[in-house]
Design a protein around this ligand. Structure first.
Ligand SMILES: Cc1cc2nc3c(=O)[nH]c(=O)nc-3n(C[C@H](O)[C@H](O)[C@H](O)COP(=O)(O)OP(=O)(O)OC[C@H]3O[C@@H](n4cnc5c(N)ncnc54)[C@H](O)[C@@H]3O)c2cc1C
Length: 503
């Protein structure tokens, strides 16, 4: 039985990029009692530790990460780390803070799944309203929203990062002035949600001290949700790990692309044969966890000459372009310049990473439960390169990255190529090196996809409501119908902003 004395109107499971936004927006209505449950620490903005606040520390640490890795040994010969922030702010508390929106062609691919209200024209006003930035044109930008976005300049970047941008221009790429403006094809220093070196996560931007003082908002940290409680097919609350139950008028899962599908399956919503394997009673048959998407990421690493070995700020600059297989209007390749690398691993004590990615991968991954026990890591597969087009396009990205590596002024500041290394030449050797070392960009999406009534892969509708039950929504990166060609954070925040306006 649920504890009726504590009843909330809305309980949100997971206080990450989406959950913190929902808690803030939904509690603006003082008559709505909102409870936010977060498995990690719920730091206040003032007592946030450096590992979360310092923009140069990316990926968190053991206390602020779920410690997940994938089961990709069969396909790739190795598992891939699946980093996820475990803290109020979620993965926006450990990420590289790149703040670039999805493009119109990304939303057109969403529309092909039958969801309405998510065209680029629909969402541009929300992207504008959520941000505050002094840069760019008013047609594209907002000045007063809660989320700060700043354009990094060439001068603020390291000498080698500047050289990367200039060498890319020499290789024929245009200089982009604003990735969140009219044109994205080209190269530029990153646009970031970093202010004075501080990564501003959603827990800081949306759950300010003032917001936390609202009497109708309760935030509980270090609390893990096990499952959703149902009466028939109506969600009436949540059960926590440990057994406590909390009643709520409606339940919103914002536990991220791994957490939300896991909670759904533990609650009896998922592929029936899989649930039966684990003796979980089936409430609704649904293709949960079957369209997981992630960007494959390959590190082309260079040791820097001693005189150019400064490595902060770590991020950086990005080149965004199209492969020979890209669809009309699509940009499907990134080369992301960062210094996210242990300098002790470089023979010169300094390094730069040109990280190559295919950002519209066709390969589909999956997430399943290994056990009904919520403490057991789920079984995650990315299945990188299962569709060979992804590997062909990754080869194109790495060839372009290596061409930039040999072009001045970049070639003037690097001592040598560390990965894949000069002895890796020719297509067969390069392909082997990429497969052996491919990593993830940490942008998982689409494990609980939105879709119209004719999309057999859809789990939720265009407002995040779970099909087949009442009182339950999912709102986070898991509901994107397909992965986007940009980094995923600001589009996840926009999703939460958009859905909160309809509740
Ligand atoms: C290392 C790294 C670098 C990245 N770099 C960038 C970047 O530079 N730019 C960009 O755009 N994107 C980046 N991303 C991706 C981006 O941060 C994510 O897409 C985004 O944060 C996802 O938001 P979300 O709300 O879906 O999930 P999350 O932000 O991951 O939030 C989920 C929250 O739910 C909590 N939770 C999970 N399960 C439970 C449970 N059972 N009970 C209670 N709470 C639970 C988690 O602790 C977490 O706080 C990066 C991600 C990582 C990990």
């Amino acid at each position: 039985m649920v504890n009726e004395t504590q009843k909330f109107d809305v309980v949100i499971a997971g206080g990450g990029s989406a959950g913190a936004v929902l808690a803030s927006r939904l509690s603006e209505d003082r008559d709505r009692r909102v409870l936010l449950l977060e498995a990690g620490q719920a730091y206040t903005p003032a007592n946030t530790p450096d590992v979360i606040a310092d923009a140069n520390r990316v990926g968190g640490d053991r206390d602020h990460d779920w410690g997940y890795h994938t089961q990709d040994h069969l396909g790739l010969g190795h598992g891939v780390n699946a980093i996820r922030g475990k803290v109020l702010g979620g993965s926006s508390g450990v990420n590289a803070a790149v703040a670039i929106r999805a493009r119109p062609s990304d939303f057109a691919r969403w529309a092909a799944h039958g969801v309405e209200g998510w065209s680029f024209e629909d969402v541009l006003p929300i992207f504008k309203a959520m941000e505050n930035t002094p840069a760019g044109e008013d047609a594209w930008h907002g000045r007063t929203g809660p989320f700060p976005i700043r354009q990094r300049t060439m001068e603020e970047n390291t000498p080698s990062m500047r050289a990367f941008v200039l060498a890319a221009e020499r290789c024929g790429l245009a200089r982009v002035t604003d990735f969140n403006g009219a044109e994205q094809h080209g190269v530029s220093p990153y646009t970031l949600n970093v202010v004075d070196g501080k990564r501003i996560n959603t827990g800081m931007a949306y759950l300010t001290e003032d917001v936390r003082r609202r009497p109708n908002l309760t935030i509980r940290g270090c609390v893990e949700v096990d499952s959703v409680v149902f009466e028939g097919r109506r969600a009436t609350g949540v059960r926590l790990v440990g057994g406590e139950t909390i009643a709520a008028g409606q339940v919103i899962l914002s536990a991220g692309a791994y957490g939300s599908p896991a909670i759904l399956m533990r609650s009896g919503i998922g592929p029936p044969s899989h649930l039966r394997e684990l003796d979980i009673p089936v409430i609704v048959e649904a293709p949960v966890g079957q369209r997981l998407k992630e960007h494959p990421f390959y590190y082309n690493v260079y040791a820097l000459k001693p005189e150019a070995r400064s490595m902060t700020p770590v991020a950086g600059a990005i080149l965004w372009t199209r492969s020979s297989e890209a669809g009309a209007d699509e940009l499907d390749l990134h080369i992301s310049g960062t210094h996210i690398f242990d300098p002790a691993q470089s023979p010169t004590g300094g390094a730069i990473v040109l990280a190559c990615s295919v950002t519209l991968p066709k390969s589909k991954g999956s997430i399943r439960l290994a056990s009904r026990d919520p403490r057991v890591m789920p079984l995650i597969r990315f299945n990188f390169f299962e569709d060979r087009s992804d590997l062909r396009r990754m080869m194109e990205a790495v060839r372009l990255s290596r061409k930039i590596g040999k072009t001045a002024p970049f070639s003037d500041v690097v001592e040598l190529e560390m990965t894949p290394g000069n002895d890796v030449q020719g297509d067969a050797a390069l392909e082997k090196a990429i497969i052996a070392q491919v990593d993830g960009y940490s942008h998982p999406t689409s494990s609980v996809p939105m879709g119209g009534p004719n999309d057999p892969g859809a789990v939720v509708d265009a407002g995040g409501a779970v099909r087949g039950v009442d009182g339950l929504r999912v709102v986070d990166a898991s509901i994107m119908p397909d992965i986007i060609s940009a980094p995923t954070n600001v589009t996840t925040i926009m999703l939460a902003e958009a859905i909160s306006r309809k509740l």
